[in-house]
Structure formats: C-alpha cells, structure tokens
Ligand binder design. Structure first.
Ligand code: HEM
Length: 414
C-alpha cells in the first residue's frame, strides 16, 4: 500500500447528521481520492468506484460476506446484546459460502419471482387501503410512523399468515431483530426483554413452519419455501427460521426508507407528480431513479478479503474489511452521465441499487411492489397532498433514516 492512496484526513463520517441529508459531496470527494481508499476510523477500505464495486460483488469467494473472516472479529464477538438473534443471523444465507448459498438461493427463488410476488398485490393493496382509511380521519399525517413503518411488518405478517392473536408477538420479534443489529444505547432491562421477545418470536415461527408442513397451501410463501425440492433436498427447520428472520431484517428498514424517499422526491417536484397523476406507470421509473439518485444506504454493504489481493491500485490484506459504497457507485460519473441530475429517462442498466451478482437482493420485486402500491395509492387518494415539514433525519447505523416527514393530506382554500 503506498501512502499516496491514503488521504491525509478521510472525510467519511457516516454518523455526522449532515451526511444523512446529503452524503453525495463527501462521496464525490472520496471517489476523487481513489477507487479504493482506507478509512482509519472504521478500520476498513472504502470501495468508491462503480468498476471496483462490481469487481468485489463478482468475486464472492475472494470477497466474502462472512464477517467471521474479519481480522478484528475476535474483539467484536460477544459485544452483541442479543446472543439468540446473533446465532440465527450467523446461519443466514447471506453468510454462507458460495456453494451452500447457491443451494438455499435456488430453493427460495421460486417464492420471489415477479410472477409469485405479483400475486401478493391484493394483500398489499388491502393493507395500504386500511391504513389510508384510518389516516383520512385527520388532516395531519406523519408519513414515517403512520404509513411507511407499519407497511413492511404488516405485509410480512400477512405473507407468513401469522394468526391475529400472534401479531403482537411477531411485531415484538421484528423490533428485537432490528435492535440486535443496531448500536443503540439500550438499558439492561431492554436487552433482556429483547432476548425474551426473540425467543418467543422464534418459537412462533417454528410452530408456523410445523403447522404448514402438515397443511401445505397454494400460493403461500412458507409452503413454497418448505415444499421446493432440489435433488431431493429441502430446507430444514433451522434454515427456514433463519430465512424468515433474514427476510424480516432485509425487508424492513429498506422498504420504510424507500417509501419515504420516493414520496419526498415526488412531492418536491410538482411536474413529476403531474406526470405520475396522468400516467401511473411513470411511478415505476421514479422508484428506480430515486434508488439511483438518492440511495438511502449509509455504509453500503460489507465484504471481507479471504486472501491478500489487489483492488483499485491498493493492496488488500487477508482479513481486511471492505465497505462497498453502493451510493457512491450510483453517482459514478464514469458510468452515469450527469449523475447528480435526477433524470427518469436515463439508462439505469448499470444500477447496483439492489446489489449485484450472487447476493442480488432477493426481495427486489417485493420491495418494488410494496412501494408502487403504497406511494401510488397515497397520491391517488390524496391528490392535494403536500409537505408541511421536510424530512427530519434520525439515527440508524445502516440507513440514512428519516424520523419524520410531516405532510398535509387535504388542500384547504383560504
Ligand atoms: C426496499 C429496497 C431494498 C433495497 C434497496 C435492498 C438492497 C439489497 C442489497 C444491496 C442487497 C445485497 C447485499 C449484499 O450483497 O451484501 C440485498 C440482499 C438481500 N435482500 Fe434486499 N433490499 C431491499 C428490500 C428487500 C426486501 C423487501 C427483502 C425481503 C422481503 C429483501 C431481502 C433481501 C435478502 C434475503 C438479501 C440477501 C440475498 C442473498 O444473500 O442471496 N430486501 N438487498
């Protein structure tokens, strides 16, 4: 590693509140510093260029998703506040070696094809309609807590067909799961509660799986996951439980953020809103361009070098961590013309918004469906919807989390 590749002071401070609102000037500075630059504070390499992001995603054996390969892992282990969840997440498909990952991925893929996901549209529509029915009763509307946040949890519990009486247990499990990979400052009592809620939630999921094994249903996610066989192989209960937990974890903050960002971008642009009003299919391109232009991730995704190697002109040592900055790749000027312009018509075939390669987002079609129905129905039902206060950002280690986006649903003439 030559010293010129390491900027004297790295401008990357992802927990800085200004980074939430607009990380792009900092990401541009990083790209100018190099395609791969060292970030002392995070003991990691930042992968900033589109080309190198793709290289990392392409070589899943050299750049592993399994954090057990990290040189600093020993000092990190045991720091988790929730050992129950940690064990489940260690079994998650994201963490598996390429071959085993491929096996699980082939078994679960049928449940996430565009056709399979499209069948969920009436379920998602019903949930969104019920929520907007409720919202209509008052004029003020806080998008995040009243709309975006409840949607993925409700959709997932409808998809899994969680019985009404177990919904509370499921919701508490979801919160415990999110808490387990956050870095919030929780009290001992909160941590103990989260462990208890995790155990209860895991029991619930195991019971659901056992019940479904005896009574497989058509067009049902759990049944598809249970039933699909590849050379006589099935997912065992442990794999199924960790799959379900992975779906909840992978689909929660992401979907909440995307609903919020897409709504905010549309409401800032009256001409775009008018286009969507007259042609709802414009919303589909809008979702893709919001993902490209304003990716909600903060830190991208991690990989761990399994061998000494070279990337972007620097030497990466075995055991070192790479922070793959998807948000930077999506603004890379060598791939996207005028990357800082929001342009629906642009070519987005190089987008890495849902990742790339073997770990490409399994939930991409489901995410698009949820956002399309949620935002589309909101705009249709409240044609005069307007912004009262721009997004207020909060804390999350993973995403640029919007805490509140205050809207007004009805237009009142003075
Ligand atoms: C809302 C927008 C979403 C975005 C932008 C997004 C983004 C991503 C990205 C970038 C990856 C690759 C991670 C890596 O390579 O390290 C990924 C993987 C994954 N996502 Fe998503 N995601 C979204 C929604 C969802 C939803 C709704 C679900 C499930 C219900 C989901 C489930 C998953 C799973 C299971 C993986 C791992 C796939 C594998 O290892 O093969 N995601 N996602």
């Amino acid at each position: 590693m030559s010293s010129k590749q390491v900027p004297q002071s790295c401008p990357f401070h992802p927990q800085d509140p200004n980074f939430n609102a607009n990380p792009f000037p900092v990401l541009k500075e990083l790209r100018e510093a190099g395609p791969v630059v060292y970030w002392e504070e995070g003991q990691s390499w930042l992968v900033t260029s589109h080309e190198d992001v793709i290289k990392v995603f392409r070589d899943n054996d050299l750049f592993s998703t399994n954090f057990m390969n990290w040189e600093h892992i020993a000092s990190m282990m045991g720091a988790s506040s929730n050992p129950v969840m940690e064990e489940i997440m260690l079994d998650n498909m994201m963490m598996l070696p390429t071959k085993e990952h491929g096996r699980i991925r082939r078994l679960v893929r049928p449940a996430f094809t565009p056709r399979a996901v499209e069948k969920l549209a009436p379920t998602v529509q019903k949930i969104v309609d019920e929520m907007l029915e409720e919202a209509e009763k008052s004029d003020s509307f806080e998008l995040v807590s009243q709309f975006a946040e409840p949607i993925p949890a409700r959709v997932m519990s409808a998809i899994l067909k969680i019985p009404e009486e177990a919904r509370e247990t499921f919701n508490r499990f979801t919160l415990a799961l999110l808490m387990s990979y956050g870095q919030g400052d929780y009290s001992e009592e909160e941590k103990q509660k989260a462990i208890q809620h995790s155990e209860e939630g895991l029991d619930l999921i195991r019971d659901l799986i056992e019940a479904r094994r005896k009574n497989l249903q058509e067009d049902d996610l759990l049944s598809i996951l249970i039933e699909n066989e590849e050379k006589g192989e099935r997912l065992n209960t442990k794999e199924l439980v960790s799959m379900v937990a992975g779906l909840i974890a992978g689909g929660f903050e992401t979907t909440v953020s995307l609903i919020t960002f897409v709504t905010w971008h549309i409401l800032q642009r009256p001409e775009l809103k008018a286009r969507i009003d007259s042609d709802p299919s414009v919303l589909l391109q809008t979702i893709e361009e919001v993902l490209r232009f304003d990716h909600f991730t903060k830190m991208g995704v991690y990989r761990y070098a399994t061998q000494d190697t070279e990337l972007g002109g620097v030497e990466i040592k075995k055991g070192q961590r790479l922070v793959v900055l998807i948000n930077s790749a999506l603004r890379d000027e060598s791939v996207f013309t005028n990357p800082d312009t929001f342009d629906l018509e642009r070519d987005r075939s190089a987008s890495v918004a849902f990742g790339y390669g073997v770990h490409f987002c399994l939930g991409a079609h489901l995410a698009r469906l949820e956002v399309r129905i949620a935002v589309g129905t909101l705009l249709k039902r409240f044609p005069n919807i307007s912004v009262v206060q721009p997004p207020v950002f909060g804390f999350s280690p993973v995403v640029r989390k919007v805490d509140t986006l205050q809207l007004k649903l009805h237009h009142h003439d003075a």
